[in-house]
Design a protein around this ligand. Sequence first.
Ligand SMILES: *Cc1c(COP(=O)(O)O)cnc(C)c1O
Length: 414
Amino acid sequence: MTEKKLPFNQSQLAEIIRQYPTPFHIYDEEAIRKNVRQLLAAFSWAPQFKEFFAVKATPNPTILKVLREEGVGADCSSLPELILAEMSGISGENIMFSSNDTPAEEYRKAREMGAIINLDDISHIDFLEKHAGIPDIISFRYNPGPLMQSGNTIIGYPEDAKYGLTRDQIIAAYRIMQQKGVKRFGIHTMVISNELNPDSFIATANMMFDLIVDIHKEVGISFEFVNLGGGIGIPYKPEQQAVDLFYVGQGIKKAYEDKIIANGLHPLRIAMECGRMITGPYGYLVSTVLHKKEIYKNYVGLDACMTNLMRPALYGAYHHITVVGKENLPADHVYDVTGSLCENNDKFAVDRELPVIDAGDIVVMHDTGAHGFAMGFNYNGKLRSAELLLKPSGKVELIRRAETVADYLATLDI
Ligand SMILES: *Cc1c(COP(=O)(O)O)cnc(C)c1O
């Protein structure tokens, strides 16, 4: 049986729970740091490589600070995300502000902070100029639509996505910016999500390098950076393989040599804005079994619910489950693992083969470090959990307290 490992044993976890009652998310700092270093090492050949962590994945300043210490910036797309980056000591061009349907005040804040603005539409040029002014450096988000020229891999259907500019528009947009006196340019795309095929990322890089060469020829501008987006998947299922970052780095290096260097466009900084692969595998949702019930199916009810982790209910996502202390028992029972919402899709797992579970058991959901806590909500009067950080020393730090009923009521005028 393949089993995913936990960064703590049963007695260490019991000790943590004594201090911080379940449910909570806990993040493994050492594993996050190691993983980031691997990503950076995979691109050490590049003139410069920058990872802008997608703040939406894990919007906690303590995590952002850990990442900043590793040289990582922030990818923001709202005012609060910009403020979280600021609170974490991430500033200026270490922030990329990727707009879409963005209000004026958010552009103003991004400009005030000196963040790199990445526009999502040609019509946003006038909007930005009117409300925040034209910055020194500008980036546009490319949507290749059905063009996907260099990809031999299927990377979704960008023509169905609301994001970015078409090829004709993006060329026109850079021309407009050039006429407005902008001298510094970047370009961005994000066409894949939770992708485990490493060749997809190399295909994206090839597509963007080709586009950079074409825009250089047609408009006469040079680019400082290309941002290839995020979307590196993680092996949620025990039998899946993590993306080989070194392979991706080497594939993109070859494309860089063939296209960027060969066309005299070196140096070009490479950027990514991964969220999921940076923190996802290193977060765990820890909960306690409250109830068992046996009707037409067998259910195990936790003290966590989909407000703590929405992915399974939202898109049927798989999150591996470990029943702590029962790792070596046979998975000879079949359960639906549920939360307490009055919503029948509030299930972390359906028909999951697990060892026998009893009330009081500790159940750990794996891979909740990204798009986990972050997607939380208060439906049914459920409160958001605490977030903890497992330090490299083995100590545990509370990095966000659990919500209280008073927090829930705080916005009411009573
Ligand atoms: C969500 C998002 C990301 C991060 O995606 P991951 O799948 O977490 O890597 C990066 N860039 C943009 C623009 C996004 O919307």
